[in-house]
Design a protein around this ligand. Structure first.
Ligand code: HEM
Length: 444
């Protein structure tokens, strides 16, 4: 095994020199270092700490899948996020995570999701009423609301009060913004605490938990069956025959809001922008859905047959993966292809770079949905929009079905015209779109 130094290093001086730009958008800095140092480099960030950045698809697979037992998530997910959303699937580790995943997984099986598709479609159609034709508008706020509403409607059907839902959305978004501030400006941590800022956000979180407690209690008392995600979660039993306790259930609901909201709205926005820039793909989708509509299919069969739309979304997530970084820390020392990782190494995989790696993709920066004509599985060793291995996104089918319905409904109603020159990004915890200005022309 080679020594630690085998991983090329980027100095603290260089990091500090570029820190202002890194804060604005770290992707060009990472890209330049990958070009100069190779697919894996160590960035020295001071105080004797370093982060190992990688765009090596083989290493991603090794860490997330093949040797996943030796890797845990970083404290960003298992500590920083926990204070606002609790210990649910996304934020827990070890036996607790395993037990929760086993319990919740069945609610996300394709068969079960079929029950939710009608509610999802209704939520989408309602949001699309906000689109005004022939004038420029930023599509992101619409998709932001749409993604939240679809998770809420899937969880609670129609049995929740709109005012409370809006409050839940507000709190979810505000606490996420606070977390971004804490992560980007760790040197202000003392001030966030001393000024009472963190406490005020914790109060908001407590308010969200109270709202959810009330919704859950009303459901328990109603004795009605809704066949939604909440019913599934309330009825699910652990191996020992027990149900999930109320506080754990609330943690899991908050996690679904957080994990399923921003990622999906980012992806839908980028997809709409890519379609605006590539009108020929709008027409391909339109043709496909026109012929499918003649077949009078149930919604699940229709969604599965929307192959062109699926390819477009897959290509959109290749170019603009909402979860553009995945992090892990190794428990014990490890080695991969001659690179040594001492215990506790911070590994940060740039999914954005893996998805545009010139050795892996032909014409990597071009929008070519036809790459996915044979399905995404062909690229399972180099395409990770939903992660990989046992911690792969539990909502991946949910997200795909939701996005297929959203895209097909959009294209069936409108032609999308760009009101921007180039797709602009804002990389925060997720890869967010910026100024997604579009114009919609009615097809009817
Ligand atoms: C385009 C949309 C989405 C993307 C790109 C996405 C991406 C991801 C990724 C990359 C992970 C793995 C993170 C890691 O390994 O560190 C993940 C985990 C997770 N996602 Fe998603 N996600 C999306 C939508 C959703 C939706 C709609 C839901 C739920 C309604 C959801 C719920 C979760 C949960 C609960 C986890 C944690 C799973 C576990 O650790 O067992 N996601 N997601």
């Amino acid at each position: 095994m080679t020594e630690d130094g085998k991983i090329p290093e980027v100095s603290l001086l260089k990091f500090l020199k570029h820190s202002a730009n890194i804060l604005k958008n770290p992707l060009p800095f990472h890209h330049n270092n990958f070009q100069k140092k190779g697919d894996t480099f160590r960035l020295n960030i001071g105080f004797n700490k370093s982060v190992i950045f990688s765009r090596d698809a083989g290493l991603v697979e090794y860490v997330l899948q093949k040797n996943q037992k030796n890797f845990v998530k970083s404290e960003i997910q298992t500590k920083d996020l926990v204070k606002y959303v609790g210990k649910g699937l996304l934020t827990s580790e070890g036996e607790h995570w395993k037990k929760q995943r086993k319990l919740i997984q069945p609610a996300f099986h394709k068969k079960q999701l079929a029950n939710l598709l009608d509610s999802i479609k209704q939520a989408i159609l309602l949001e699309y009423k906000k689109i005004t034709v022939n004038e420029e508008l930023d599509i992101f706020p619409i998709y932001n609301d749409l993604a939240f509403q679809t998770v809420v409607k899937s969880l609670f059907s129609s049995a929740a009060n709109q005012e409370e839902i809006n409050r839940l959305q507000y709190i979810t978004e505000e606490t996420q913004k606070m977390l971004v501030k804490e992560l980007r400006q760790p040197y202000l941590g003392w001030w966030f605490k001393a000024s009472g800022k963190i406490d005020s956000y914790l109060k908001l979180t407590a308010e969200a938990r109270n709202i959810l407690r009330k919704i859950v209690q009303e459901r328990r008392e109603s004795n009605e069956k809704y066949d939604d995600l909440l019913d599934m979660l309330l009825e699910a039993k652990y191996d020992d025959g027990n149900f999930m306790d109320e506080e754990q259930l609330i943690d899991e609901i908050l996690i679904l809001f957080t994990a399923g909201h921003e990622t999906t709205s980012n992806s839908l926005t980028f997809t709409a922008q890519l379609l605006a820039l590539n009108p020929e793909w709008q027409e391909k989708i339109y043709e496909e859905i026109s012929s499918l509509k003649e077949q009078d299919l149930d919604l699940m069969s229709y969604v599965i047959k929307c192959q062109i739309t699926q390819q477009v979304i897959e290509e959109s997530m290749r170019l603009y993966p909402p979860a553009y970084f995945i992090d892990r820390v190794n428990l014990e020392e490890d080695e991969f292809e001659g690179k040594y990782f001492q215990p506790g190494s911070n590994l940060l995989f740039s999914i954005h770079e893996v998805h545009r790696h010139p050795d892996l993709w032909e014409d990597p920066d071009a929008f070519k949905p036809e790459r996915f004509a044979e399905g995404g599985r062909k690229y399972s060793s180099q395409y990770f929009p939903f992660g990989a291995g046992p911690r792969k996104c539990i909502g991946n089918n949910f997200a795909m079905f939701e996005m297929i319905i959203a895209v097909t409904e959009l294209v069936s109603q409108y032609k999308i015209v760009p009101g921007f020159d180039e797709i602009d990004i804002k990389p925060l915890i997720t890869l967010k779109p910026k100024n997604a200005i579009l114009k919609f022309q009615s097809r009817s």
